[in-house]
Design a protein around this ligand. Structure first.
Ligand code: GGG
Length: 357
């Protein structure tokens, strides 16, 4: 009998709308799986909390979350609060405090979904992006001097540690072996320009690759990778990149596979010392928030990744199958996929398909 304690943080914008559908997916799969149950605790942290308290989460928020098996997260961001305040106040502290250095972002062109790229059919695009998740360009290292004067000076430093770099690259290779599809790992850097951190990344990539002689390797500059994600996305299998580059590339991968609303993300603490966090790749989506039309399937797929991480593979596969069926049948779809369904209607359909098996 496994009962998992799930911390639910809806956050902001459409996060508040899609999170319920992720929760319903967990309830649906628990309802049809012997011995599987969830105990949910919801935390009202985010921009509204910031307006009330001056903080995105309480001072003891990280300590509180340590008592949970896993975290289901919606989105962060508010039209009236600068993005660097919201992101650095909620999501990034969780990723760093819980040492979630491995971020996994799959992108798959499902049957029933049209790519904006011509001539791509289901399965043609099938890649998994490994994003270094706690350092690189997101390291809060830098400063600002002489603000507002003619001598204003700003420093923003990228940080690459051997531990963090080797960990994400090794995770990508190990996943590539397990996945056994294209058997290729592509590393993306800009080491012609970033001659310290990214040259170091290239060296670590070569060292780790030597342990996986059966895997084909490729190193691309990020500008070339961005082009190839659009013109030859079928060439990619597993992609590994720094925090910022992989964040940008995973948005491209999401749109070429049909919608940002389909892209899930797992923020993993590989050592399992702390809870891992699962979320849709999309953010608060200011343009559609409050309308109840956001696609909930990215969150439902994130729930499947959560189940897989918890060791509940059968339940994870059941949720994945329901997402694929929901898309293929094309009867209940949100506007991003050409339909008219609401978030709740599509979430209800996903839950129904989970129960149906
Ligand atoms: N659900 C993901 C989310 O809220 N994203 C907001 C965002 O700005 N994320 C930046 C990042 O993941 O680096």
């Amino acid at each position: 009998m496994a009962e998992y304690k799930v911390a639910v943080i809806p956050g902001d914008g459409v996060g508040l709308e899609v999170i319920d559908e992720g929760r319903k997916a967990l309830e649906a799969v628990a309802g049809v799986t012997d011995g599987l149950s969830f105990q949910f605790t919801e935390f009202p942290w985010g921009s509204e909390f910031y307006r009330e308290t001056g903080k995105l989460m309480p001072d003891d928020g990280i300590e509180t979350l340590k008592g949970f098996d896993t975290i289901l997260f919606g989105a962060v961001g508010d039209p009236n609060i600068p993005d660097h305040i919201t992101l650095h106040g909620l999501l990034l502290p969780m990723r760093r405090s819980f040492d979630q250095g491995v971020c996994i972002r799959p992108a798959y062109l499902y049957p029933g979904v049209e790519s904006p790229l011509s001539g791509k059919k289901a399965g043609d695009i099938d890649m998994v992006i490994f994003r270094e998740n706690t350092e690189g360009e997101y390291a809060p290292v830098g400063g600002r001097l002489y603000a507002g004067t003619a001598h204003e000076t700003v420093v923003q430093t990228n940080m690459f540690t051997r531990r963090g770099t080797e960990r994400i690259i090794r995770a990508a290779f190990e996943y590539c072996v397990r996945r056994n599809k294209g058997n290729k790992v592509t590393s993306v850097t800009k080491s012609n320009a970033q001659s310290f951190g990214m040259v170091f990344w290239d060296e670590v990539f070569a060292d780790v690759a030597a342990d996986f002689p059966q895997i084909e390797t490729e190193s691309l500059l990020v500008d070339r990778a961005a082009m190839d994600f659009v013109r030859w996305p079928e060439d990619f299998d597993v992609v590994v990149a720094s925090n910022l580059f992989a964040d940008i590339l995973s948005d491209i991968a999401a749109v070429v596979t049909g919608s940002m609303g389909l892209a899930p993300s797992a923020n993993i603490n590989p050592e399992r010392e702390y809870p891992s966090l699962f979320e849709p790749v999309h953010g608060a989506a200011f343009d559609i928030m409050g309308k109840g039309i956001a696609n909930p399937l990215a969150t439902v797929s994130a729930v499947a990744m959560m189940l897989d991480h918890l060791g509940e593979q059968e339940a994870a596969e059941r949720v994945d199958r329901a997402v694929a069926r929901c898309l293929e049948q094309r009867t209940v779809l949100t506007a991003d996929l050409g339909g008219t369904a609401t978030t709740a209607e599509m979430g209800y359909e996903a839950a129904r398909l989970i129960r149906e098996g």
